[in-house]
Design a protein around this ligand. Structure first.
Ligand SMILES: [Zn+2]
Ligand SMILES: [Zn+2]
Length: 217
């Protein structure tokens, strides 16, 4: 069952909900039933739910995937101590890095009985500095900026219909501000955002196809 569906089902019942997700949900990594024996309620309690069983959540670091573009490794780490349940975190590393040995973590810092992993900044800089990723980022920012401009333009257009013809800039601005969060604008905002998401998805597909072709060549 979808998590969202589960939540809406659980919160609309007449009984106050105890925060437990329904039995039978499985670990997204190994497929084992969560809290199967009833001895690990945290696996199914919404406040501590990570979609993983204890073993998978705490498994030592491993390479999740390697980018075809330049061999960047995404390394998955267990949540840092103390042992309250949290999501695993990924760090980026290159196999030839002498700082992190390709594991994406430059050091483990211990502090107040807990620790955290510090990302290797050399690998991060290398990853985000790759010209293909820089271009990609710029294109996505352009798309986002354009969508924002469409939204702002729409708000301004509607604001002007509510004001006299020769309204002052200040009045337009004030009307626009009251419109941004107006419930009647929600559908328009959603529509523009959905359009942006579709365009962004298409862009990602085109970029991935171009990348796959370049790697195969
Ligand atoms: Zn598991
Ligand atoms: Zn590194």
């Amino acid at each position: 069952m979808e998590l969202a569906a589960t939540l809406s089902k659980n919160t609309t019942g007449s009984q106050p909900w105890d925060g437990m997700l329904p039995r039978g949900m499985t670990c997204k990594a190994c497929g084992k039933v969560l809290n199967a024996t009833g001895g690990r309620p945290a696996e199914l309690y919404l406040g501590t739910f990570t979609g993983l069983c204890y073993e998978c959540e705490r498994k030592p670091f491993f390479v999740e995937r390697v980018d075809a573009l330049d061999g960047a490794r995404w390394v998955s780490y267990p949540p840092s101590c103390p042992s309250n349940r949290r999501d695993r975190v990924s760090h980026i590393g290159y196999a030839d890095c002498t700082i992190c040995d390709g594991n994406g973590v430059s050091q483990t810092t211990y502090q107040n009985w807990s620790w955290y992993y510090e990302s290797c900044s050399a690998c991060r800089t290398r990853y985000y500095g790759h010209p293909v990723r820089v271009k990609r980022q710029a294109r996505h920012e352009q798309l986002y900026t354009a969508a924002n401009a469409v939204w702002k333009g729409e708000v301004e257009r509607i604001a002007r219909t509510l004001l006299p013809k020769k309204a002052k800039k200040k009045a337009v601005k004030a009307a626009m501000e009251s419109l941004y969060c107006h419930p009647r604008m929600a559908a328009i905002r959603r529509e523009i955002f959905e359009r942006y998401k579709r365009a962004s998805g298409r862009l990602v597909a085109i970029e991935n196809a171009a990348l796959a072709a370049a790697v195969a060549a």
